[in-house]
Ligand binder design. Structure first.
Ligand SMILES: CSC[C@H]1O[C@H](OP(=O)(O)O)[C@H](O)[C@@H]1O
Length: 340
C-alpha cells in the first residue's frame, strides 16, 4: 500500500502526499514545500478524508514555522481549506497549543514532533476502531454483504481507516465480507479509491452506483452498512459524504443495521445537533464536467453539497476507538473517557 502521507527529511524537510486525484490509474506524489501547496492539496482532494486532512494540515504548519507568528498564520490559513471535517480544526488547535508551549528557537522541530504524534495516534485509533467494529459485526454470517459509501481506508486516515478498517478486520478474522462499494458521485471516491484499496487487500468487492444501493438491500444482499464521518454532533447526528443519508434511509426501510465508524477526533461536542454542521459546497464542474468529460451543457447550474447529515435516529451504532455506542450515548462515553 502506497504511503498516503509522509514527511520527508528533518525539520527542514517537506510533506509528500499520494495524489488521490490520479488514482486508480496513476500512483503519483505531490511534494509540498509550502503551506499553500498543502492548502491546495486539501482543497482539490489530492489528500482527503477527515483524519488524513487533519494529519496533513498538522504537517503543513511545519513548512512555515520560522516564528510563532508565521506558524499561527499558517494554522489560520489551512483552516480555510475545507469546512466540514472537524479533524482539520482539531489538529490545527493541537498545533496551536504546541506553538504557544514551545520555544521559538526549536519551533519547527517541536511542531514536527507533534504532527508525527498526531499521525501515529490516528494509526492506533484506526486499529481500535477496526477491532471494536468487527466485534460488533461478528454475528454476521460468513460471506455476508457489507455496503459502504465513499472511501474510509488508509487513503483517508493515518492508519487502516475507519469503516474500511472494520471491513479489513472482518476479512482478517475470516468472515469473508462481500463488500458493496457505492461509486460515490460526483468525485467517485468509492469507485476510484475504495475499490482500489479493497482489491489490493484481496477483499471481495463489488462496485455499484449510488442509486443501486436501495435495490441491492431490497434483494437481501446486504447484512450491514458501515460508513465513515466527517463531523459528529453531540446528539449523534453524523455528517458524511453526500449520499450517506439516502443509504441510511434505505437501510432503515430494509431493516439493515447502519453503523458509522469514526475516531473521537471526528466528534464536535460543541454542536447540539447535526443541523449546525457546516456543509461544504463545491464547484459546478465536479458534476457537469467530471474528470474532464463534459456531461451537461456548459454553464449548467448545479447544487453540489459535498456532505449530508444522517440523523442519529437512523444510526444503529457509532464505532469509536473506545467501543461501539448508541448515538445518544456516545458523547457521554467519550467525555467520561477524556475526563479519566
Ligand atoms: C475516514 S474518512 C471520513 C470521510 O471523508 C470523506 O470525504 P472526502 O472524500 O470529501 O474527504 C468521506 O466523507 C469519508 O466518509
Amino acid at each position: 500500500m502506497a504511503n498516503t502521507i509522509e514527511w520527508i527529511g528533518d525539520a527542514g524537510g517537506f510533506l509528500r502526499l499520494l495524489d488521490q486525484t490520479k488514482l486508480p490509474t496513476e500512483t503519483t506524489y505531490l511534494d509540498c514545500r509550502t503551506v499553500e501547496d498543502v492548502w491546495q492539496a486539501i482543497k482539490r482532494l489530492s489528500v482527503r478524508g477527515a483524519p488524513a486532512i487533519g494529519v496533513s494540515a498538522a504537517y503543513g504548519v511545519c513548512l512555515d514555522a520560522g516564528s510563532k507568528e508565521s506558524a499561527l498564520a499558517a494554522c489560520d490559513y489551512l483552516a480555510t481549506s475545507r469546512p466540514t471535517a472537524v479533524n482539520l480544526f482539531w489538529a490545527l488547535d493541537r498545533i496551536r497549543h504546541a506553538i504557544e508551549k514551545h520555544e521559538a528557537s526549536r519551533l519547527v522541530a517541536s511542531l514536527l514532533e507533534e504532527a508525527k504524534a498526531i499521525h501515529a495516534e490516528d494509526h492506533d485509533l484506526c486499529a481500535a476502531i477496526g477491532r471494536h467494529g468487527a466485534d460488533a459485526l461478528a454475528d454476521l454470517p460468513t460471506g455476508a454483504g457489507v455496503l459502504t459509501h465513499c472511501n474510509t481506508g488508509a487513503l483517508a486516515t493515518g492508519g487502516d481507516g475507519t469503516a474500511l478498517a472494520v471491513i479489513l478486520e472482518l476479512h482478517r478474522r475470516g468472515h469473508e465480507p462481500k463488500v458493496y462499494a457505492d461509486e460515490t458521485r460526483p468525485l467517485l471516491q468509492g469507485a476510484r479509491l475504495t475499490m482500489w484499496e479493497l482489491m489490493e487487500r484481496g477483499v471481495d468487492a463489488t462496485l455499484i452506483t449510488d442509486s443501486m444501493n436501495a435495490q441491492v438491500m431490497r434483494e437481501g444482499r446486504v447484512g450491514a452498512v458501515i460508513v465513515g464521518a466527517d463531523r459528529i454532533a453531540a446528539n449523534g447526528d453524523a455528517a458524511n459524504k453526500i449520499g450517506t443519508y439516502a443509504a441510511a434511509i434505505a437501510a432503515r426501510y430494509h431493516k439493515v443495521p447502519f453503523y458509522v465508524a469514526a475516531p473521537s477526533t471526528t466528534f464536535d461536542l460543541t454542536l447540539t445537533s447535526g443541523d449546525q454542521i457546516p456543509i461544504e459546497q463545491r464547484a459546478d464542474e465536479e458534476i457537469t464536467c467530471g474528470f474532464g468529460k463534459q456531461t451537461a451543457p456548459v454553464g449548467a447550474k448545479t447544487y453540489n453539497p459535498a456532505f449530508d447529515v444522517t440523523p442519529a435516529e437512523l444510526i444503529t451504532g457509532i464505532v469509536t476507538e473506545r467501543g461501539v455506542f448508541k448515538p445518544g450515548e456516545v458523547a457521554a462515553a467519550l467525555s467520561s473517557a477524556q475526563a479519566k
